[in-house]
Design a protein around this ligand. Structure first.
Ligand code: PMP
Length: 378
């Protein structure tokens, strides 16, 4: 046979999630923690590495880690499900509550995986765009929920990439209006310090998602978890891959979680770095900065793509370009880095913007320098 059967037609227009994993000096594009695990934790792991049983399958439910997370959140282990990053759990939710003939609401611009997973799982996506200041359009969501046919709602809180949280009253109104599964994605909880956890007892349809990828320096191991009613967890165990969280990741994440006070100072430093970036960016002419409760900042500027390329090619700084996302034209997102990375980013911005200004004054084509860079194919 010299041909290959076509895949599912739904995939034809699907664009894979592109993490742009370019090798750069300063990587501020993926909302990761700027520092590796603290040395004391690495030493602790290293001292016990020889005893680690690489040859055995992992505990399917990550019981040790699950128990620790449950205890810390005042819940039972049956209310916790650990996954291969938050990403896996988002997908599992749609495997169980989405699918052909079922509908999910999201509020774009938001985390792109919600939409991708909806398409892959055959779930109909009902997009209710955010308002101009990126608030959830509560009236529109409540009205749509009133039709009674929505199965899942996904809201990032704080939202990625816009950085804002949704007022608790709005989330409660949504929970009161529906029996759909409402995923409140708290991937950035450790920076926002806002959680819907206190509302779980009253709302069995509330599901909270968290991750070890941001505040706990573990993006490379893929560990996330959700807090939910035990019936939700039970259904999800039917669709999940049994060994999705490998034994090494379970061990490291449990060690990190036990030692989590060690991370408090770094979290405070990141929040301080966020203020530095916020003030630094706001001081530039022509930059609109959006307030953030997370470890990243979204900003708007003319010719944003040219700026993104200039940062990459002339300064080896990678941030995230959202200019092709509806509602985020001319928007870029920068992750809070170390103090030095933040300073170098702001210094590079300063240089690029003053050279722009100079070339505008000279009237010699504002982006002569960027034009050549564009030819590299980005
Ligand atoms: N939710 C949101 C809002 C995110 O921004 C991310 C990561 N970018 C995730 C979930 C998934 O995180 P992970 O899979 O690394 O746990």
């Amino acid at each position: 046979m010299d041909r290959m059967r076509a895949p599912r037609p739904e995939l034809e227009h699907l664009v894979p999630y592109d993490a742009k994993d370019l090798k750069v000096d300063i990587a501020l594009a993926a909302n990761e923690h700027p520092a590796n695990l603290p040395g004391e934790i690495i030493d602790k792991l290293a001292s016990r590495l020889r005893e680690f049983r690489f040859n055995r399958y992992p505990d399917p439910m990550a019981s040790t880690l699950r128990g620790l997370i449950a205890e810390a959140n005042g819940l039972e282990p049956s209310n916790v499900l650990v996954g291969n990053g938050g990403d896996e759990l988002i997908f599992d939710l749609l495997l169980a509550w989405g699918g052909p003939g079922r509908k999910m609401i999201d509020a774009p611009p938001t985390f792109t995986m919600y939409g991708i997973d909806a398409q892959v799982s055959g779930t109909e996506l009902v997009r209710i765009p955010r308002t101009a200041d990126f608030s959830v359009d509560a009236d529109a969501v409540l009205e749509r929920l009133g039709e009674g046919d929505i199965d899942v709602v996904m809201l990032a809180h704080p939202n990625n990439p816009t950085g804002n949280i949704t007022p608790e009253t709005v989330l409660i109104d949504i929970l009161n209006a529906t029996d759909a599964i409402v995923l409140v994605d708290e991937a950035y909880f450790e920076f926002s310090r806002h959680t819907m956890r206190p509302h779980m007892e009253r709302h069995p349809n509330l599901v909270i998602l968290r991750t070890f990828s941001k505040a706990f320096s573990l993006a490379g191991l893929r560990v996330g978890y959700l807090l939910a009613h035990e019936d939700v967890v039970r259904e999800l165990t039917k669709v999940r891959q049994p060994y999705s969280i490998d034994a090494f990741a379970q061990w490291v994440a449990a060690t990190v979680f036990r030692e989590r006070v060690v991370f408090q100072q770094a979290i405070r430093d990141i929040m301080r770095g966020r203020d530095t970036l916020m003030h630094g960016l706001s001081a530039f002419d022509g930059v609109t900065v959006y307030p953030s409760e997370a470890n990243f900042i979204l900003f708007r500027i003319d010719h944003a793509s040219a700026l993104w390329r200039d940062l990459l090619h002339n300064y080896s700084i990678l941030i995230r370009d959202f200019t092709r996302t509806p509602g985020l034209e001319d928007c870029l997102r920068v992750t809070v880095g170390t103090d030095e990375e933040n300073e170098r980013f702001l210094a590079a911005m300063g240089e690029i913007l003053s050279s722009r200004k100079a070339s505008q004054i000279l009237g010699n084509g504002a982006h002569a320098r960027h034009g050549t860079v564009g030819e590299l194919g980005y």
